[in-house]
Design a protein around this ligand. Structure first.
Ligand SMILES: Nc1nc2c(c(=O)[nH]1)N[C@H]1C(S)=C(S)[C@@H](COP(=O)(O)O)O[C@H]1N2
Ligand SMILES: [Mo]
Length: 525
């Protein structure tokens, strides 16, 4: 084979590998989206990478892409698969059998990952297997058409049986025709799969099935005085659509409330199982609670405040009667995530809830529909299990949770924190009196005071908006008179009701929250 033919064959091999892979993923994705969404191969592959990724690598990705981190992961998984398929295809120019074997092995990876999931059932394999079979067949056909001079060991057979297909312009047209068709089917399948996703998620059929009862115990109305009314301050109640989202799933599980149940088991006298109807028949309570993520950087946005409707976990546990030597509840999610919460925080008088509602609506799929936990005073990773299905009563020395196994603390009470929201970072404000404001939180202790400092000046005590409960954040504001033109720095710190002053010591979020004072720079003109 001369050099030009070899180069042509490499190119065609690469094209064959790429379009066959697009078709493999596309068909499998489309079939999965229609019948068993959690088994979509690209999602499952991306999902399989998440727990393997070192926490040190996760942080920069989240910092760089924010809420798009999941999309970036899926796209890079897909891109990685395509590059690999292109390389394997190019190899077919010289080693056709080896290349075919490699593509078969690579194509089986998603199949293996799909069976490997704890929640897998046999039907989940169907989409991946169909995609695999069609994709590999496409690859083999394309190689036959496109690689007109087969490798030495297959040359005789191929030349005798299919001598005619070697005529170049015709084979070229056929090859690219078929490759185009295969690629187009793959791309169309991906698009159709995405359409199914947006239709099923927009329609919210599962969410619409759940009709919330009115609360037996309503939360007190939020007084106007809970807001400082300073323009630019984050609203006191965070709407679900603006509420931060943190979890390890690429697409939220869509759970039919009629299929959902909560099982309380482990070190208990009486195992208890509740259906959604059981939960909705209970006298539900409404509570205002601010939720925070341990990964929130100083001044960051991984914090939100909502009115939750639910039933006290304390009462649920009382039905099961935990044994005296239990000290932890390991809550399990439908998706396999777990959180370890001190039993004491779930049985004392705080409003630890099995929540089904958020701001007067059922939970949204990304915030845990149909049910999740919310525990005032603890970071989300040790308490706020979304899509919760089990409460396992156990001991800290017997079981560990998802993030504990990845280097984070088992116990994680929320640390006092505050941030500046006005002026915005690097804002330019007119000379004169400067209005400053923001939010502070120290859930389940409450905010006692907030101090702000301009440049190297003295700490100035800020005015606090009304406290709604000790479990909610608190807005603050202050005024600095006659600030001179030029560049300035503002610094804030809060003190909680236990007397703990927010430390200025800078620290990473792993293993139990970043610390330090929030600073911003702004200009006066
Ligand atoms: N099933 C499940 N629940 C979860 C998590 C998760 O990864 N999976 N993350 C937790 C973390 S780290 C936080 S901070 C909160 C965030 O809840 P939100 O996404 O509703 O804001 O959910 C918690 N519950
Ligand atoms: Mo979190």
């Amino acid at each position: 084979m001369n050099r030009t033919t070899r180069a042509t064959h490499r190119f065609r091999g690469a094209v064959a590998g790429i379009v066959a892979t697009v078709m493999m993923f596309g068909l499998a994705d489309l079939i999965a989206r229609a019948f068993t969404p959690s088994a979509a191969p690209l999602l499952t592959l991306g999902q399989a990478i998440i727990p393997l990724a070192p926490p040190a690598a996760i942080k920069p990705v989240i910092a760089l892409f924010g809420d798009n981190d999941k999309l970036v992961l899926v796209l890079s998984t897909g891109l990685g698969a395509i590059v690999l398929a292109g390389l394997i295809g190019a190899l077919a120019a010289s080693r056709r059998r080896l290349a075919t074997t490699l593509l078969i092995v690579a194509g089986l990876v998603p199949v293996v990952v799909i069976i490997g999931r704890p929640e897998a059932d046999a039907l989940d394999l169907v989409p991946a297997l169909i995609g695999f079979a069609v994709g590999i067949t496409g690859f083999i056909l394309l190689l036959r058409l496109g690689l007109s001079a087969p490798p030495a060991e297959a040359a005789d057979r191929a030349d005798v049986t299919r001598g005619s297909r070697t005529s170049d312009p015709l084979s070229r047209r056929r090859f690219f025709g078929l490759a185009g068709a295969v690629g187009a089917i793959g791309a169309a399948s991906i698009a159709a799969g995405q359409t199914i996703v947006s239709l099923t998620q927009d329609a919210g059929a599962a969410v619409a099935k759940l009709v919330l009862p009115t609360a037996a115990k309503k939360a007190a109305a939020i007084p106007a005085a809970a807001s400082t009314d300073l323009d630019g301050t984050v609203p006191f109640v965070t709407e679900a659509k603006d509420f931060y989202r943190i979890d390890t799933v690429l697409s939220p599980p869509v759970i039919d409330p009629q299929q959902w149940s909560l099982r309380i088991h482990g070190m208990v006298d009486q195992e208890v199982t509740l259906t959604m109807d059981d939960v909705l028949d209970l006298p539900l309570e409404e509570h205002h609670i601010t939720l925070t993520c341990v990964s929130n950087p100083v001044g960051g946005e991984l914090v939100g405040n909502a009115t939750w409707l639910g039933y006290p976990v304390r009462e649920l546990l009382a039905r099961a009667r935990p044994s005296a030597d239990a000290d932890m509840v390991l809550s399990h999610s439908f998706d396999g995530f777990t959180a370890s919460t001190p039993l004491g925080a779930l049985t004392d008088d705080r409003a630890a809830l099995l929540a089904v509602g958020m701001n007067g609506e059922p939970l949204t799929p990304i915030h845990g529909f149909p049910a999740r936990l919310v525990v005032p005073g603890l970071y989300g990773f040790v308490s706020a299990t979304k899509w919760v299905t089990e409460l396992e009563v156990t001991r800290f020395d017997e079981k560990t949770a998802y993030w504990t196994d990845r280097g984070w603390d088992a116990l994680a009470p929320i640390l006092v924190a505050s941030r500046i929201e006005v002026p915005g970072p690097l804002a330019t404000v007119p000379a004169g009196d400067i209005q400053v404001g923001g939010t502070a939180w120290a859930q389940h202790s409450g905010i006692d005071r907030v101090d702000v400092k301009l440049d190297d000046g003295d700490w100035t005590q800020a005015d606090l908006a009304a406290e709604v409960t000790i479990d909610t954040w608190r807005q603050w504001r202050a005024e600095f008179a006659e600030v001179a033109a030029g560049s300035h720095t503002l610094t804030v710190r809060a003190t909680d009701k236990d007397g703990t002053v927010q430390t200025s010591k800078r620290r990473e979020s792993i293993p139990n929250s970043a610390t330090g004072h929030h600073h911003i720079q702004f200009r006066v003109e």
